[in-house]
Design a protein around this ligand. Sequence first.
Ligand code: DWN
Length: 404
Amino acid sequence: MKHCRSCNAQTKPVANFGTMPISNRFVDTPNEPEYEFELTVEFCPDCYLVQLGDAVEPQEMFNDAYAFFSSTSNSMQEHFKQQAQMIQEKLLLRDNPFVVELGCNDGIMLRHIAEIGIDHLGVEPSGNVALAAEQNGVMVTTEFFNLATAKTIKSQYGSADVICGSNVVCHIEDINSVFAGVSELLSRDGTFFFEDPYIFDIIKKSSFDQIYDEHLFYFSCLSVEKLASRHGLTLVDVEMLDVHGGEARYFVQHTKVAKPSQRLIDQLEREKEHNLNDGVAYIKFAESAAEIAKELRQILNELTQKGEEIIAYGATSKSATLLNYSGITNQDIKCVFDNTPAKIGKFTPRTHIPIVSYENLDQHPGKHVLLLAWNHAKEIKRKERVFIENGGKFIETFPRVRVE
Ligand code: DWN
């Protein structure tokens, strides 16, 4: 029996993907012992929050060897440049503002805030990416964000006009401490916004690879509304984002000043119409995941039996779930291309597929590429125009398996 990390009610099981390794821990050799945990999903019938059943200790995932650097994608660099502009134009409405970003990674967004001379602080627990942020001109404190950190920041720098976090709030198990910390640190008329994979998109696309150790929570407007309200905060707006396979950006303010937007009210209605406040919405999701995994295996088997050499593109965190759950190993995939120096020369967790430096696909003998970084499909297909023009095909998985 499990309890909701947000409201403590008893949760209901939704899906079980079996044992998994740590998604971003790429191993030096296939013999290395690997951490394992049970990857299960639970739904809270009281506050509607979808979450992992078991959590991995944060220090096991976020440490000085963290392998994901946000700036490896050009389109994400553009996305965060626009986010910085949005902060500057819409949210910083008084003199000498102060911006705090939770999980600033390599400074992909805050570097723009730093460049225009706005006071800021990144809170980033992974030492190596925090160092990269500092090298990009960003002020960083290397720690986890919680109520205690919020109090320390407030005593040192004062209240924050904007607190934000991209792809980080869903990673923090003590979610109540995050919201209590925000409530403490946020100025009276300040704004907290965060963006994370949107459970509605995950269900619509059956993109079960979004479920892995780092993603503890799968938010909806319905669940964020309840969570915020327990901390003197109110969800006031939501914006849908076409990044990382479909995300939502939630805007939160102190309840005393909050005025919820019509856009939010409409989205809350849509979520109810699609039963996101009811565990039934998630049953079909688990079934679709099993079908996709089976179909993917079949397609890879057919191609390898014809003597095809298959490679994969993007040693993503999320592919740990796709590959391990589908039973795909280094017998099926020859190697994974990736442009992250910290991953090259290593092996994917548990499936032990070698990660190699990016090469031109058109010079590769294989004509089929499993697109693990499917959320960057537009950017990757633009880069690989020649491969496609020469008859190369990408194998994509969501919302259904296809070769095109
Ligand atoms: O929340 C999270 C998201 C936002 O980022 C984290 N928990 C960790 C990470 O997840 P991911 O690893 O699944 O993210 P990406 O952005 O899908 O990873 C893309 C991978 O593909 C990177 O290793 C870089 C690589 N890549 C590449 O080799 N060539 C990416 C692009 C665009 C390319 O052209």
